[in-house]
Design a protein around this ligand. Structure first.
Ligand code: 5GP
Length: 205
């Protein structure tokens, strides 16, 4: 029987650069792991492609899928739904391949409840000034909105305790490299290789 693949979840506070690190991981090298394309009700941005960046759906279609238990998790983020289609994740893991999710923190916690065997990686800002400047540079500079976003980021930072690994996003390349190392190390755990070596030992007798 094929060993089930690993579920790798990359998450972290808004504005930390999750999407950029994920793109670095998938655009620059061939990976052994597969990206799970999320579903969303938000509008397609310039350059985005259906079935590559997201599956773009109406609220009605999305809610239908929620009712059918078709999502591993979903969350509402800035007025839109985002979710992880369950079938793809299960089928890919069953084939023995690793699946990579890049999702916001509420969704990651839901995945942790359902699949605690996953590997949960928290992408953290290198320091407070950097986080502040990223939040300030996100479009509007209305004081009230910036304060709201900082408060949200603080709440999201507190959730770090539910994760297995923390990766500082100092540079995108460094962060991506560390994530690759985490995945490699996870594959080297004795618990994941014990069957192979049990057989080896048996053959030695
Ligand atoms: P954006 O609209 O900028 O592509 O994504 C907004 C946020 O939604 C990001 O923090 C991204 O990580 C998160 N996100 C993308 N896909 C999913 C998903 O399937 N589930 C959840 N919970 N969050 C997602």
């Amino acid at each position: 029987m094929t060993e089930r693949g690993l579920l790798i979840v990359l998450s972290g506070p808004s504005g930390v650069g999750k999407g950029t690190v994920r793109k670095e991981l998938f655009d620059t090298k061939d990976n052994e792991f597969e990206y799970s394309i999320s579903m969303t009700t938000r509008d397609k941005r310039k350059g985005e492609m259906e079935g590559k960046d997201y599956f773009f759906r109406t609220r009605e279609e999305f809610e239908n899928l929620i009712e059918k238990d078709g999502l591993l998790e979903y969350a509402e983020y800035v007025g839109n739904y985002y979710g992880t289609p369950l079938q793809y994740v299960n089928e890919t893991l069953d084939k023995g391949k690793d699946v990579f999710l890049e999702i916001e923190v509420q969704g990651a916690l839901k995945v942790r409840e359902k699949m605690p065997e996953g590997i949960f990686i928290f992408l953290a800002p290198p320091n407070l000034d950097e986080l502040k400047s990223r939040i300030v540079n996100r479009g509007t500079d209305e004081k009230e909105i910036i304060e709201k976003r900082m408060k949200k980021a603080k709440e999201e930072m507190k959730l770090i305790r539910f994760y297995d690994y923390v990766v500082e996003n100092d540079t995108v390349e460094n962060a991506a490299e560390k994530i690759r190392h985490i995945i490699e190390s996870e594959h080297l755990k004795v618990s994941r290789n014990i069957k192979t070596y049990a057989k080896f030992i048996e053959e030695m007798e």
